[in-house]
Design a protein around this ligand. Structure first.
Ligand SMILES: Cc1cc2nc3c(=O)[nH]c(=O)nc-3n(C[C@H](O)[C@H](O)[C@H](O)COP(=O)(O)OP(=O)(O)OC[C@H]3O[C@@H](n4cnc5c(N)ncnc54)[C@H](O)[C@@H]3O)c2cc1C
Length: 435
């Protein structure tokens, strides 16, 4: 079923409130020609546009809303070199060579964010590489996190990971609830919407046409290539890239991709600016933090606002109950925030896949996709743009487990929402009993 894209609200987020003004892009009207038509102006689509243009080809980007309206403008801005599937799991199932290749790809992804920020001079993105702490809520999960870190050091040569004592995590966070943790110094944080707007602006300044409020409502083959039709125009191209991720079902033209994804709502809250004395006590190093719970929550401090994120409501809309649950969890970790009002709350859809990794590649001779970032896509989708450009040029880059041939349709697709709810309920139960 196709959603009415015009009825969906933008995010009422801290990012929207603090972002650089958005450049206004035109609406597509009339007929246009291109080498590649890119559907979706998130990080995937814009990075692909940049890398394709750099190859000497002519891309056009079509966006149903405005650039960054999807996950790229409303995420947590946490930059990590990982997949939801751990490298240890990859090693156990697919062997050492595959684990190493995936490790390389993960690190290429964080480097790509740095490269794009510097290429387009996006200083307002405030990119930091100050690290991420995985904070353990009990001894069992601490042991698992430490084992994982030891394995990474021993087997992947990941020398940088450090184990933190309870006292060190208390100094890091300002919270007393954690029993210890693991620091990964290579991770970082970014202002996701400024990063997105900087990319859109930079790509447009180099001559790539970007059209907003231009949903592709039909994608059809013609004798020479492919035609993307919008309500007021069309782009004829040799190849198309579908970069719509968890919003693939906005129109029928891309809705078939949604059958490979399980959309999962992720929600965020942000406090008002804290008084300086309180802000100085919490998260003073500017790192990002995740919990070890299965229903993972994460937090960071940005400009004296605490941002706290985790699972959102099930279904198509936000729910106040999900925001209340996040707030309760936040106050559980930081009791000093009990009387601090919230200034922002927002949510978006992340795209989970059956094998917990994204997929990229050619789905037919004229169409390419990259999607399914499993909630860890800021860096990965930025990198996938470079690989998409390689596929467009006819190359066959080694993308390891991300190869689209491994992408599977979700079985019993109509039942995915009740199934997600059931799994989430089971995870919450295990977290509650400390397993
Ligand atoms: C709440 C939330 C928090 C997150 N936090 C993090 C985080 O901290 N760290 C991290 O690494 N990842 C995070 N993620 C994931 C990350 O944001 C995404 O993986 C990434 O932004 C995906 O980028 P994308 O360009 O593929 O998709 P999107 O940014 O979603 O872009 C897809 C675009 O396609 C457009 N579109 C859809 N259909 C059509 C059509 N028919 N025609 C034209 N345009 C169309 C949509 O309007 C949308 O703008 C989070 C995601 C969410 C939702």
């Amino acid at each position: 079923m196709t959603r009415d894209w015009t009825a969906l609200p933008s995010a009422n987020s801290l990012w929207e409130a603090t972002a650089e003004p958005a450049r206004a892009f035109p609406v597509l009207s009339g007929e246009h020609q291109a080498d590649v038509v890119i559907i979706g102006a998130g990080y995937t689509g814009l990075s692909a546009a940049h890398h394709i243009a750099r190859s000497g080809l002519a891309p056009v980007v079509l966006e149903a809303n405005s650039p960054g309206w999807g996950a790229s403008g409303r995420n947590g801005g946490v930059i990590t070199a990982k997949f939801r599937l751990s490298f240890r799991e990859i090693d156990a199932v697919h062997g050492r060579a595959m684990a190493r290749r995936m490790y390389e790809i993960a690190h290429e992804s964080t480097d790509m964010v740095e490269e794009l920020v510097s290429e387009f001079g996006i200083t307002s993105a405030n990119l930091t590489r100050t690290g991420q702490v995985k904070a353990a809520h009990n001894e069992t999960t601490l042991k698992a996190a430490v084992d994982e870190a030891d394995w990474m050091t021993r087997e992947m040569g990941s020398a940088e990971v450090r184990i933190l004592s309870k006292g060190a995590v208390r100094d890091e966070t300002g919270s007393d609830v954690f029993v210890g943790g693991v620091l990964n110094p290579g991770s970082g944080g970014i202002h996701p919407l400024n990063y997105l707007r900087g990319l859109a602006d930079g790509v447009a300044r180099r001559g790539v046409p970007i059209f907003q409020q231009s949903p592709v409502i039909k994608l059809r083959r013609d004798k020479d290539g492919i035609v993307a039709e919008t309500p007021q125009g069309a782009v004829r191209a040799k190849q198309a890239i579908i970069a719509t991720n968890s919003y693939s079902d906005l129109t029928d033209a891309t809705a078939h991709m949604q059958r490979t994804l399980i959309p999962f709502r992720s929600a965020l809250i942000a406090t008002e600016k804290l008084p300086r004395n309180l802000a100085g006590m919490l998260m003073p190093t500017g790192r990002t933090y995740t919990e070890t719970k299965r229903m993972m929550r994460w937090f960071r401090m940005v400009d004296d606002h605490v941002i706290f994120g985790g699972r959102g409501a099930f279904g198509k809309q936000d729910s106040q109950a999900a925001f209340d649950a996040l707030r309760k969890a936040m106050v559980g970790i930081f009791p000093d925030l009990a009387d601090v009002p919230l200034a922002y709350k927002w949510s978006g859809l992340v795209a989970m896949t059956l094998d917990s990794v994204p997929h990229i590649g050619r789905i037919d001779d004229r169409t390419l996709v990259s999607m399914g970032y499993n909630g860890a896509g800021v860096a990965m989708s930025s990198l996938m743009g470079r690989y998409l450009a390689a596929f467009v040029r006819g190359e066959a880059p080694d993308v390891g487990l991300l190869d689209v041939s491994r992408m599977k349709a979700i079985p019993f697709y109509p039942l995915r929402e009740p199934a997600v709810r059931m799994v989430a309920g089971w995870y919450q139960f295990l977290d509650a009993i400390g397993q």
